[in-house]
Each structure stands twice: as structure tokens, then as C-alpha cells.
Design a protein around this ligand. Structure first.
Ligand SMILES: C[S@@+](CC[C@H](N)C(=O)[O-])C[C@H]1O[C@@H](n2cnc3c(N)ncnc32)[C@H](O)[C@@H]1O
Length: 418
């Protein structure tokens, strides 16, 4: 199921998204169910795998995404009106601008401003910083060259190409729940402006260019446009706009209950592409994400009356954790309150006798397993769904704090019928 397989697949390969699933996952569902769906819902678009794969198969898909970066990524991949000649003309101009820029512009920062954030660049008060000055100037050059592209669809496409090289030219790497500094970040060769330009152009020429040709060829046979059905914002409120009885399949993978905040791990992309411009915007984005992390205070929440969830709370109350970590407890409560709300809406929008494929993983907190797949099944059944199967996908390693008590955690696909 893992996204890894997508890394060499046309369009999917534009941006590696480890939290995503493979296109084969979508294909296997379509092979398995006994009807051809006409209107699919994907509440958590991420990199857009579901809607893109369905678009290739001429199946309509409504999708939602709250992160401006994932939304941009999904929309660039779903747009299917690219044209090879136009692409090549813009690429020619990009190369020309980048080749002549360092000579023409002595200080790119007079044209493109440094992204917001305390740790972006070296300063006297910092021990670590995200980018070396030369590398950031290379990024700003590319941003400037992209800003001269006078068609928003192509501008966004090039912005995603830039996003895809950001980690490589930075001092950090994605380390599960956070960004960590590379071991040798202070001693390794610093990428200068030209190196950054070249990496960007390599990505555009070696990866994206061929796919544009493929998309142009496919555009003659694709009737469905899932680009127009991708919506930006919090699905918990936006799903209210979906019509009753209009959906005949849901395929999704929500954020897992693993305290991973997508806003944190995609911080460089959000900042460099100017998708968040200050701390207020950042906090606002966090507030609009599913309650699967503790980066915002969720307030005092009530427990859902669901047997396996209650069992979990009873077990940990014996450990007296209630006294010392209310934030985590409220995250767990909030996560299942969000699920309860979503399944109530799923029931409203779904036609009878149709399927949901829901990919989640179990979690562990306070040395007790949170059986997320079972709890979600109990929530769904309460809203009138039939549980078809909890299918194990694989075992995930538990975090180092929990690994003494719990060695592995089940990742599964829960299949429901409405
Ligand atoms: C596990 S990823 C989905 C991956 C996707 N299946 C793929 O293959 O790329 C979950 C996504 O849910 C998004 N998300 C989190 N909270 C959300 C909310 N309240 N509304 C809409 N999307 C949300 C995250 O930004 C993230 O992109």
C-alpha cells in the first residue's frame, strides 16, 4: 500500500509523499467491489493519490484538503490541461532567467523576500538554521524566475518542482514527527546558487517534462475532471456541503492518531512557497487540522461513549496519567469526536449498500494500545454502517517510549458497507 511504489510512477512521482498510499491500493479496491463507482469521496486528499488515480479511470471524485501545501500539490497533479509547447516555452524562459540572474541581480533578497520564521537563516542567536545563505539565495532565484511565468497553472507546477528539492538543499530531513538536522549539516558541501538552480531544472526536465507529454496525450481520452472537485479547507465543516445520498464509495486515509502534525513536517514547503506568512496563519492552520496532535490546545473534551475507547480510558485511569498529561488525553478524545462527526456525515452522503475503505493505524499512549481500528468500527456501526472486515495491512513499530510495553501496532484497512 505504501507510497514508495509511486516514486517512479508518472505524475505521482512529482512529489514523494511518505504519508500517502500507492495507486495500486485504489486499483485493488476497484477490482474488488462489485460495482463501478460514479461518485467517490476522498475527505483527506494529501498528495491527491485517490482523485488522480480515479481521474485516470474516468471516475468522478470529490476531495478535501486543509493544508495549503497538500492542496496545491493535489491541484497541480489533477490539472489536466497542460500543453507540451507551452511547457517548453516556459521552461526555456526559466533557464534563461536563471542563467543570467546572478550576473544581473547582485542581491536577490532585494527582489524576493526571505521566508518568515526565526530559524530559516543563520543568526547570532541561533545554533542551528534551516538553510545556508547561498542555498537560500538559489531558492529565491528560482522563486523569482517562476514568478515571471505568466500562467498560474504552470507557475504552480514549477512551485511544486521547487518544493520537491527543498529538503535536499536544506540542513534538515523529515524524521517521523518532526524535522531534524542532518548529521553532517555543518560540514558537508554547501550547495551554492547554481547547484540549487541545477537541481530544480533536473527535476523539471528529467521527471516532469515527460509526464506533461503523457498528460497531453491522455487529455484526449479523459472525460472526468477531478481538479474542479478538489476543495480547500477543513473537511469537518466542508463536508456539510456534500449532497445527501450522492456518494457511492469512500476511499481515504486520515491522519493517524500518532501526534504527527503535518503543519510541522511540511513547514519548509509552507514557508518557502509563501503558503503561510506569519505565526497567526500557522496557528490557524493547526486549529483546522484533525485532532491527531497536541500542537494546539483542544480544551476540555468529553469521552465518547464507545466500549473499546472506554476500556482504554479505564485502563489508563488506573495508572493515574490523568493527573499529568491532559493534552494527550484530550487529543485522543478529540480524534474520536472528529471520527464520530465524520461518520455521521458519511452516513448522510452515502447511498445504501456502498463501501468505505478506511486506512488507519493503531496507536499507543501511556503503555496501552489504543485500538483505533476497532474504536472507529464501533463508531461507524453506531451510525448505521455494517463492518465488512478489518484487514491487516502491516505491523508498524511503536515509538521508543512505548516499545517496552507494546512492540508493534497494526495498520489496517477497515471496510464498511452503508
Ligand atoms: C494520511 S494523509 C492522506 C494521504 C493520501 N491518501 C495520499 O495518498 O496522498 C492525511 C491528509 O489529511 C489532511 N488533513 C488533516 N486534517 C484535515 C482536515 N480537517 N480537513 C481536510 N484535510 C485534513 C492532512 O493535511 C494530510 O494531507
Amino acid at each position: 500500500m505504501q507510497f514508495n511504489k509511486n516514486k517512479t510512477v508518472s505524475i505521482h512521482q512529482w512529489y514523494p509523499f511518505v504519508e500517502g498510499y500507492s495507486k495500486e491500493f485504489i486499483e485493488s479496491i476497484l477490482n474488488e467491489i462489485e460495482y463501478i463507482p460514479e461518485s467517490v469521496l476522498e475527505p483527506f486528499s494529501g498528495s491527491g493519490t485517490t482523485a488522480l488515480e480515479l481521474q485516470f479511470k474516468n471516475i468522478s471524485c470529490i476531495s478535501f484538503e486543509v493544508s495549503p501545501f497538500m492542496h496545491l500539490l493535489s491541484s497541480v497533479k489533477l490539472y489536466n490541461n497542460y500543453n507540451v509547447d507551452t511547457f517548453n516555452a516556459f521552461l526555456f524562459n526559466l533557464k534563461d532567467t536563471l542563467a543570467n540572474l546572478p550576473r544581473r541581480v547582485s542581491n536577490i533578497r532585494n527582489i524576493e523576500k526571505v521566508p518568515f520564521g526565526r530559524t530559516i537563516l543563520k543568526s547570532d542567536s541561533l545554533k542551528k538554521w534551516n538553510f545556508h545563505d547561498e542555498s537560500l539565495d538559489g531558492i529565491l532565484d528560482v522563486k523569482y524566475a517562476i514568478s515571471l511565468v505568466d500562467d498560474i497553472a504552470y507557475r504552480d507546477l514549477f512551485r511544486i518542482a521547487l518544493a520537491s528539492i527543498l529538503l535536499e538543499v536544506s540542513n534538515v530531513f523529515r524524521n517521523g514527527k518532526c524535522l531534524s538536522y542532518k548529521k553532517d549539516w555543518q560540514t558537508r558541501k554547501i550547495l551554492n546558487r547554481k547547484d540549487v538552480h541545477n537541481l530544480f531544472l533536473l527535476k523539471v526536465e528529467n521527471v516532469i517534462k515527460n509526464d506533461i507529454k503523457l498528460l497531453e496525450d491522455l487529455s484526449h481520452t479523459t472525460r472526468i475532471n477531478n481538479y474542479d472537485q478538489l476543495h480547500f479547507g477543513d473537511v469537518r465543516t466542508n463536508i456539510l456541503e456534500v449532497e445527501d445520498n450522492s456518494i457511492d464509495l469512500i476511499i481515504t486515509s486520515p491522519p493517524y492518531l500518532n501526534s504527527r502534525d503535518y503543519t510541522d513536517i511540511y513547514m519548509l514547503e509552507l514557508k518557502v512557497l509563501d503558503l503561510v506568512k506569519n505565526y497567526d496563519e500557522l496557528n490557524n492552520l493547526r486549529k483546522n487540522t484533525l485532532r491527531s496532535h497536541v500542537q494546539v490546545k483542544h480544551g476540555e473534551l468529553c469521552d465518547l461513549d464507545i466500549p473499546t475507547l472506554q476500556e482504554y480510558f479505564t485502563k489508563i485511569s488506573e495508572k493515574k496519567v490523568l493527573l499529568w498529561n491532559n493534552d494527550l488525553l484530550n487529543m485522543i478524545r478529540g480524534y474520536f469526536l472528529d471520527m464520530d462527526h465524520l461518520f455521521k456525515q458519511f452516513k448522510r452522503v452515502m447511498q445504501p449498500e456502498k463501501y468505505i475503505y478506511f486506512n488507519v493505524a493503531n496507536s499507543a499512549y501511556f503503555e496501552e494500545e489504543v485500538k483505533v481500528d476497532i474504536i472507529i468500527s464501533e463508531i461507524a456501526i453506531r451510525h448505521g454502517f455494517k463492518l465488512v472486515e478489518i484487514r491487516k495491512a502491516r505491523n508498524l513499530k511503536s515509538s521508543s517510549q512505548q516499545s517496552e510495553a507494546i512492540k508493534s501496532l497494526r495498520e489496517s484497512v477497515i471496510i464498511f458497507k452503508s
